[in-house]
Design a protein around this ligand. Structure first.
Ligand code: FAD
Length: 497
């Protein structure tokens, strides 16, 4: 190895690993990032899965950040559109974009600006999400429930629970009645365990200062007041013309064109450690074990998989191996008609719903969310004037009854649910897709209570760094994952820990 080039090995080519490699290269300080990636593509959980000219994210990924540096990276690779998208034109929608001449109908490398519309279905009725305090919401809830919800919210303001669990956290902010309606069953569906078992830390990290008060404030005054939006309350977002993978592929291209390396189809095996310092790493590619040495090692892969290749004390190893995750299944449908119509004055193509996501709060629905890709990018759905790309999203644990169903059976269940919620009929289905993704959500229960011990041990290895969502076992968004990678890059550039 050339003495002036310092290898930095990064496990995982998701947003965090790519951001770290990008930052090292940009520093021009002689670092060579080498990314070891299990899959045959980059992007990790944020990748787009393509089926010919159609594309589906592993759950639609909206790009939104308050971090200017991250925003500038996104827009350097994919500048923002200045002229209307094809769906704006078909729907004859007046939309204001930044001034310029970048036309998404003519240029491929472009970031779309999208409106973030979502709904919640509860009791067969549609509520706006985030909650809007308007006639529709109140009449959907009914007078009695509204009054009861109001009283229980007031009670929660004066009599606070000790916040041990997510249930305590949510009841303190929304009251028992709204918790029962909007959070109790949905949380169980997403996480597979009761909110009373989940740590309140998830609420603190994800919902932070969001409360009924702030939700109401947002609903009433968002156009007047310039208060900073919580991630859950944003009303627009960026989205690459051809899905999130377009951005990750651009970053990967920059990395490999500028001296970095991305080794695909390669799975981490183990570290070779000497005197608390990693000397080299073994990975498996094409059924052959390869070894590579470096000055620094960074991991964004699930801690439960990393720990298998680390010589750790018995109790740490057991706790790390048992860290909980939630797995994810997407049942996708390519359609020639979609029945959900838009009921407001907002203009849409063929008057279909303006929603990107529809959350299913119905206790008997197995799917958690409906995703309408036409509203993410009209360039990912074939002919957006007559075709629709829709998916139903399910949560499961690998090996449980739902996960073990065949792909065909899950598609069948999803079709039945789609008919039940009047989304489409069997005759409208042109193609179906099934995507399974393990470790989609790092969970906050079980041995998660030992996470600081586990991270503490791994961080005590001199030249090992943990980044990203599963790398840190932290429910991060893409921007937060990227920031964690960039911070570690800067630490490495400044001579490490
Ligand atoms: C359904 C869903 C919806 C989401 N929606 C949004 C959203 O709207 N907006 C948003 O900002 N974020 C969203 N996220 C979060 C986003 O996906 C993550 O924050 C982001 O992908 C984390 O990036 P990462 O680099 O930390 O990890 P990952 O994306 O998990 O990347 C890790 C990489 O490591 C690789 N790997 C794993 N094991 C090994 C191994 N043993 N050897 C080598 N490589 C390995 C994986 O293949 C993967 O490529 C969503 C997530 C999900 C699941």
């Amino acid at each position: 190895m050339d003495k002036d080039i310092k290898n930095v090995i990064i496990l995982g080519a998701g947003p965090s690993g790519l951001a770290l490699a990008y930052e090292l290269i940009k520093s021009n300080k002689g670092f060579k990032p080498i990314i070891i990636e299990k899959l045959c593509v980059v992007g990790g959980l944020s990748r787009t899965v393509y089926f010919d000219n159609l594309g589906l994210d592993i759950g639609g990924h909206r790009l939104y950040t308050q971090d200017k540096y991250i925003q500038s990276i996104w827009n350097n690779f994919l500048p923002v559109q200045n002229l209307p998208s094809i769906d704006d034109e078909i729907a004859k929608r007046e939309v204001k974009y930044p001034k310029g001449d970048l036309d998404p109908n003519l240029v491929d490398d472009v970031m779309l600006l999208r409106n973030r519309f979502s709904s919640i279905v509860y009791n067969s009725k549609f509520f706006d999400y985030p909650l809007k305090i308007n006639f529709k919401s109140l009449s959907n809830l009914g007078f009695k429930t509204t009054v009861l919800a109001g009283f229980s919210y007031i009670k929660s303001m004066f009599s606070k629970r000790e916040e041990k669990s997510l249930e305590d956290f949510l009841i303190n902010r929304f009251g028992q009645v709204l918790y029962n309606i909007f959070f109790k069953d949905y949380t169980k569906k997403v996480w597979g365990v009761d909110a009373s078992i989940l740590s309140s830390e998830w609420g603190h990290q994800r919902i932070r200062k969001l409360s009924l008060f702030k939700t109401v404030l947002n609903a009433l005054f968002s156009k007047i007041l310039f208060f900073k939006k919580d991630h859950s309350l944003i009303d627009n977002f960026s989205y690459p013309k051809f899905g999130c993978s377009q951005l990750w592929n651009k970053m990967a291209e920059y990395i490999t064109n500028n001296g970095g390396e991305i080794v695909l189809n390669s799975e981490f095996c183990e570290f070779n450690v000497n005197n608390n310092k990693i000397i080299s790493l073994k990975y498996k590619k094409d059924n052959k074990i390869q070894e590579i040495s470096a000055s620094f090692f960074v991991s964004s892969i699930p801690i439960k998989d990393l720990i298998k290749g680390v010589d750790a004390p018995y109790d740490i190893k057991q706790k790390a191996l048992n860290l909980p995750y939630r797995d994810y299944i997407l049942a996708g449908f390519y359609l020639d008609d979609f029945k959900l119509e838009e009921k407001t004055n907002y203009k849409t193509v063929n008057n279909k719903t303006k929603d990107c996501w529809i959350y299913l709060q119905e206790p008997d629905a197995i799917a958690a969310r409906i995703q309408f890709m036409n509203n993410w990018s009209p360039y990912l759905v074939g002919d957006c004037s007559k075709n629709y790309l829709v998916s139903l999203e399910y949560y499961a644990n690998k090996g449980d009854d739902f996960w073990n169903l065949t792909d065909e059976k899950i598609i069948e269940i999803a079709k039945k649910e789609a008919q039940k919620y009047n989304l489409f009929d069997e005759k409208n289905v042109l193609k179906t897709f099934l995507i399974r993704e393990e470790n989609a959500y790092p969970s906050y229960f079980g041995t998660y209570e030992n996470i600081e011990d586990i991270r503490g041990f791994l961080n005590s290895i001199d030249n090992l760094y943990l980044i990203g969502r599963n790398g840190q076992h932290k429910y991060n968004n893409m921007d937060e994952a990227m920031i964690s990678g960039i911070n570690v890059a800067r630490e490495i550039i400044n001579n490490g820990k």
